[in-house]
Ligand binder design. Structure first.
Ligand SMILES: C[S@@+](CC[C@H](N)C(=O)[O-])C[C@H]1O[C@@H](n2cnc3c(N)ncnc32)[C@H](O)[C@@H]1O
Length: 447
């Protein structure tokens, strides 16, 4: 890393072409030393009035006088020089000098005109990467000379040798390559059943993020927020198998077969489901089939909508003074009727969380009243919980359906009923923005 006093951190490739550095002052001095050491500078000029920029690939105008920088850049532009840079004249610059974080043979370039932001981003990039990642990339280069098969190469990046390198241990490259060849010969795929949480990507577990990064292909549901998909590696194949209410773009049987076939091709298959895969997620059913077919799998829990929405709405699901138990139910209709055990919902000292209950909000609230729940029992509907579009509609089991009907509410939504809803008055801490990121557009099939 070439740290430049009061300026960008520059790392230009030695073959960047003739580079002309114009100006004087601490930034120009530091760049001068840096570019000379890299062998990319052609000359330095301090008298801007007489500078000839012809034939230069890159003009760096870093004078301490912004007016002189402007003159230089204007002259470079008039002479058709494609690349020029002036920290004080962004509108005249056509090239950014990024802060560069070297990682062995790779370099992470960070572009922003504010030095503090560059530093902050650089620290975050550094903190998010294993310290010896550069050594891993050096080793990867050797493996790439052997094969361009992605499965083979992936083993180099994430297998035992990779772990040894990241831990700073010495490796025997020949033995390690032989290991990879052997692993590749009997490579079998695997399915990762991963809970994507309720929407906010920061709520993914570390294990989920790690496995998603290594996945060759991902099958995802409708309730996986777009922000989460943006974390997938670019080369990872994405298959949307999202179901909508009463409409199954990819039938469950086909999803099961797809999981099997992809894993049997030796691929790492991430099966990504909203919330937690074992809570109203049919995760157990999919694993049953994989078990029958002898496909290995792992399960990564996710934060279920109840926990995520309650936390972001400021509604503790249990509280010593208000609720000593909590029940999760679904308000989904089955063959036209609702399959709800109302007597179990109206027990005192209990919070009721209802998934898939937007469409049946009226009958659900009416059913609880008819089975003896206090008509003034507080209730909240959390729309697109934990996302930037979160909205919480609060009322009682008597008036909530009417309040919700008056608003343009979009799925997914979660109903929370119980005395604990009152705590939101004091504990609410997160509100979304109408224009923020959430689940896509208007959902024609509210649940
Ligand atoms: C098929 S269930 C899947 C539940 C998921 N496995 C979980 O653990 O959260 C879908 C229902 O979860 C609830 N849900 C999921 N994400 C939500 C969110 N971000 N905000 C509100 N409700 C959500 C809604 O009730 C939605 O209809």
């Amino acid at each position: 890393m070439h740290d430049i006093v009061n300026g960008p951190i520059v790392s230009l490739r030695a073959d960047a072409g003739a580079c002309l550095l114009i100006g004087e002052g601490p930034q120009a001095d530091a760049l001068h030393a840096d570019l000379i050491s890299q062998g990319v500078i052609c000359r330095r000029e301090t008298n801007v009035e007489e500078v000839d920029v012809a034939g230069c690939g890159l003009v760096l105008a870093v004078d301490s006088d912004p007016q002189r920088n402007r003159q230089t850049l204007t002259r470079a532009r008039d002479q058709g020089i494609a690349l020029r840079y002036g920290p004080d004249c962004p509108e005249l610059s056509t090239v950014d000098l990024p802060a560069v974080q070297p990682l062995g043979p790779a370099r992470v370039a960070i572009v922003h005109d504010d030095e503090l932001v560059r530093d902050d981003l650089q620290l975050r990039v550094r903190a998010g990467l294993p310290w010896r990642y550069g050594s891993l990339l050096d080793w990867y280069g050797q493996v790439r000379a052997e094969s361009d098969d992605p499965v083979f190469l992936r083993q180099a990046l994430s297998g035992p040798t990779a772990e040894n390198l990241l831990a700073g241990r010495a490796i025997d490259p020949e033995a390690a390559l032989a290991d990879i060849r052997r692993q590749h010969a009997d490579a079998s795929g695997e399915v990762y059943l991963i809970g994507a949480g309720p929407g906010d990507p920061d709520l993914l577990t570390q294990r989920a993020v790690r496995l998603l990064r290594t996945a060759d292909v991902v099958l995802y549901d409708r309730l996986v927020a777009p922000a989460i998909l943006s974390l997938l590696p670019a080369q990872c194949q994405r298959i949307n198998v999202g179901k909508q209410k009463d409409r199954h773009p990819v039938p469950q049987d086909e999803i099961n077969v797809l999981l099997r076939d992809l894993a049997q091709q030796g691929r790492r298959v991430a099966r990504l489901k909203g919330g937690d895969p074992f809570i109203f997620g049919r995760g157990g059913e999919e694993l049953d089939r994989l078990l029958e077919w002898g496909i290995p799998f792992q399960v990564v829990p996710g934060i279920t909508a109840a926990s995520g929405c309650a936390a972001y709405a400021g509604i503790p699901l249990t509280h010593r003074d208000y609720a000593q138990s909590c029940i999760f139910v679904t308000g989904h209709r089955r063959q036209g009727g609702m399959d709800v055990d109302f007597p179990a919902l109206v027990r005192p000292g209990q919070t009721v969380v209802c998934y898939m209950g937007l469409h049946t909000l009226g009958p659900l609230c009416a059913g609880m009243r008819e089975h003896g729940m206090d008509p003034d029992m507080p209730a909240a509907l959390v729309e697109q919980g934990t996302t930037e579009r979160q909205r919480v509609v609060v009322g009682t089991i008597s008036d909530l359906p009417e309040r919700v009907a008056a608003l343009d509410v979009h799925a997914p939504t979660l109903l929370i009923v119980g005395e604990v809803v009152r705590l939101r008055d004091r504990l609410a801490w997160f509100e979304g923005r109408a224009d923020g990121d959430g689940f896509p557009g208007k959902d024609p099939t509210p649940s």
